[in-house]
Write a protein that binds this ligand. Structure first.
Ligand SMILES: C[S@@+](CC[C@H](N)C(=O)[O-])C[C@H]1O[C@@H](n2cnc3c(N)ncnc32)[C@H](O)[C@@H]1O
Length: 306
């Protein structure tokens, strides 16, 4: 996969070595039990996993926090308890089959928040932090600003904004009832007050906002890269023949829901910045501009309503 495509490449690793179909758990996948920590990690590497992924899977199976990688080094000859070994084996097998690590551990860190994630939502990507940074920038001067996250998924963007700016009035929309359940549970666990509602983009939304932020689906629906993303919800990824259908809708709907001087900020694909800036300008936005992600790629574009 072209690593620039989604800015998501670290999550899309698929082992070159397919796991044997008959292996249902580590007890069968790896040499006879009990394995020690070092042997268990080595076996996962042999199946094509990265060392870091193997370490995180092992810590998860042992019920230890992800921060305790040093513990594994200090205990490399410790035998694994049978239940941990079985859970680890299953995790290694799922990862080797291409499932995102975050779905296996059930957690993804985003903007310093520990988010619960599963197959109902897109795994939040580090590059989406660019969108949060930019939203904070445009909202910096406005106390208690109203901001709406469109297509909230796990709640990542809305929750990051509320966590870092408790004065903001944050709401979030998603079309997927299942995604909203994940987002609401995250908000509750993190004790962050965000108003969630179900709907299609801005069609059911009342009122005007200081900023609208969105990481919408933006992959062309015939794009071959989708074949590597089969574990995540298709409605979170694909958007028409050129990947811009949802962005076109958002750009058209947004002016009626922004206060004067309010910003629409959109994440998009690595090669879509110019097209999104053009759409913004054509729809009456001024100051259309882009922001680069961690890899230096134009990843977000936005404009303001005069
Ligand atoms: C790329 S994911 C982004 C999720 C999250 N904001 C993030 O950055 O991790 C796009 C989200 O848009 C939602 N979505 C797709 N079509 C939608 C629509 N018509 N209206 C509202 N949300 C939609 C999907 O359910 C999905 O949660």
């Amino acid at each position: 996969m072209d690593p620039r495509y989604f800015g998501y490449e670290e999550l899309q690793h698929t082992s070159k070595t397919a796991p044997p179909a008959s292996l249902a758990g580590l007890g069968m996948m790896l040499p006879a039990p009990p394995l020690n920590v070092s042997q268990a990690l080595g076996a996962a590497l042999a199946l094509g996993l990265e060392r870091l992924e193997a370490q995180l899977l092992l810590l998860h199976a042992l019920g230890r926090p992800a921060q305790e990688r040093a513990w594994l080094l200090a205990h490399d000859t410790d035998p694994l308890p049978p239940a941990a070994q079985a859970a680890y084996g299953l995790g290694v097998q799922r990862r080797a089959a291409g499932e995102p690590l975050a779905y296996i551990t059930g957690h993804q860190e985003f903007y310093g928040l520990d988010l619960a994630v599963d197959a109902r939502v897109l795994v939040p990507r580090a590059d989406t932090e660019t969108l949060v940074d930019w939203a904070q920038e445009v909202l910096a001067a406005t106390r208690q600003a109203r901001v709406l996250d469109l297509g909230t998924g796990s709640g990542a963007v809305a929750l990051a904004l509320k966590a870092t700016r408790p004065d903001l009035q944050v709401s979030a929309v998603d079309f997927s009832v299942e995604a909203l359940a994940v987002a609401q549970a995250n908000a509750q666990r993190l004790q962050l007050e965000v108003g969630f509602s179900q709907g299609s983009w801005l069609s059911g939304v009342q009122g005007r906002f200081h900023a609208l932020v969105s990481n919408p689906p933006y992959i062309a629906d015939q794009d071959h890269h989708l074949a590597a993303l089969t574990h995540e919800p298709l409605q979170a990824l694909a958007s028409g023949h050129d990947g811009l259908d949802d962005i076109r809708t958002l750009v058209q709907q947004a002016p009626a829901h922004l206060l004067a001087g309010g910003w629409l900020l959109l994440e998009h694909g690595y090669d879509q910045a110019q097209a999104v800036r053009t759409l913004l300008t054509e729809n009456g936005f001024s100051q259309a501009q882009s922001r680069r992600d961690l890899a230096g790629i134009e990843r977000c574009s936005g404009g303001l309503v005069p």
